[in-house]
Each structure stands twice: as C-alpha cells, then as structure tokens.
Design a protein around this ligand. Structure first.
Ligand code: FES
Ligand code: FES
Length: 154
C-alpha cells in the first residue's frame, strides 16, 4: 500500500515521517521513530502495556492508527524525564520497588501521570481505578499503588 507523508507531534517535537496508512501508532513509535520504551503485549487492547498519552489522556497505542493522530499531542515514556532528571513518578517507582521486569512500567507510569495531572492527591481507590487498565504480571499491584501515592506527595 502506498505510504503517506505525515507529521506527528511526539514528546514536544514535530516529526515528519512516511508511513503505511494501516500502521498502528505503536508500530510507528517503535519501528519508525525508535521509541521502544512503549511496549507491545497483547496487541488487542487488553493489557495496557502500550499506553501513551494523547492530548494528556491515556490511550492504547496498539488500537490507534498513526495517521489518525496527526495534529494530536503524543507523550511516550521517553518524554517524561527532563535531561538526566527523572520524572517524580519514575523516581517513586524505583524507590518503592514497583518494577520487576519493567514491561508494564512505561504504561503504568503514563496512566499514573494522567491521573495525577487531573487529580494531584488521589485516594488509594482512585489510584486503583486510574491504573485499572494496566496489567502487571510480576510485582503485584501494592508497590505500584504505593509508588503513585509517593509521587503524589512530592
Ligand atoms: S499491547 Fe496494546 S493493550 Fe496490550
Ligand atoms: S513489572 Fe513485569 S509486568 Fe509489571
């Protein structure tokens, strides 16, 4: 299929790329832009590991076509740190031991960021609801919830 020339706004930069119209945002991020922090799990909208922010809200990048998010603001895990300084959520996940294999972590952190941006002091219940679309196969969820709580207090 013929490729399309599109521009995507990723982590504050407008990037011009040539993509097949049927490519998902997840595929374009990983394969065309080299942003492999966004992970691929189920590829069918169930696990949440491919979560990125679209205009500040969490979305599953495996379910979106890249051509459909032209002109929208996309944030991936690579866009959170400021130079060498980690985002408070990244620091909190490390400090609380909320990471094991790390596969779910980018999606978890981006869902948590969207939650804290809307609700800077969430209750544990609100954190559970905010992260309910993200599955972790390793740590269990208690340390992850604690990390989000800790980041909310910074
Ligand atoms: S890879 Fe997108 S939801 Fe699982
Ligand atoms: S840390 Fe391994 S899937 Fe969550």
């Amino acid at each position: 299929m013929e490729k399309l020339e599109i521009e995507l706004n990723v982590n504050g930069k407008v990037l011009a790329i040539s993509v097949s119209p049927q490519k998902t945002l997840l595929e374009v991020l990983r394969e065309d832009l080299g942003l492999t922090g966004t992970k691929e799990g189920c590829s069918e909208g169930e696990c949440g590991v491919c979560t990125v922010l679209l205009d500040g809200l969490p979305v599953r990048s495996c379910l979106l076509l890249a051509v459909d998010v032209r002109g929208r603001k996309i944030t991936t895990i690579e866009g959170l740190a400021q130079g060498d300084k980690l985002h408070p959520l990244q620091t909190a996940f490390i400090e609380q031991g909320a990471i094991q294999c790390g596969f779910c972590t980018p999606g978890m952190i981006l869902s948590a960021k969207a939650l804290l941006d809307q609700n800077p002091s969430p209750s544990e219940e609100e954190i559970r609801v905010g992260l309910s679309g993200n599955l972790c196969r390793c740590t269990g969820y208690i340390k992850i919830f604690r990390a989000v709580q800790a980041a909310s207090l910074r």
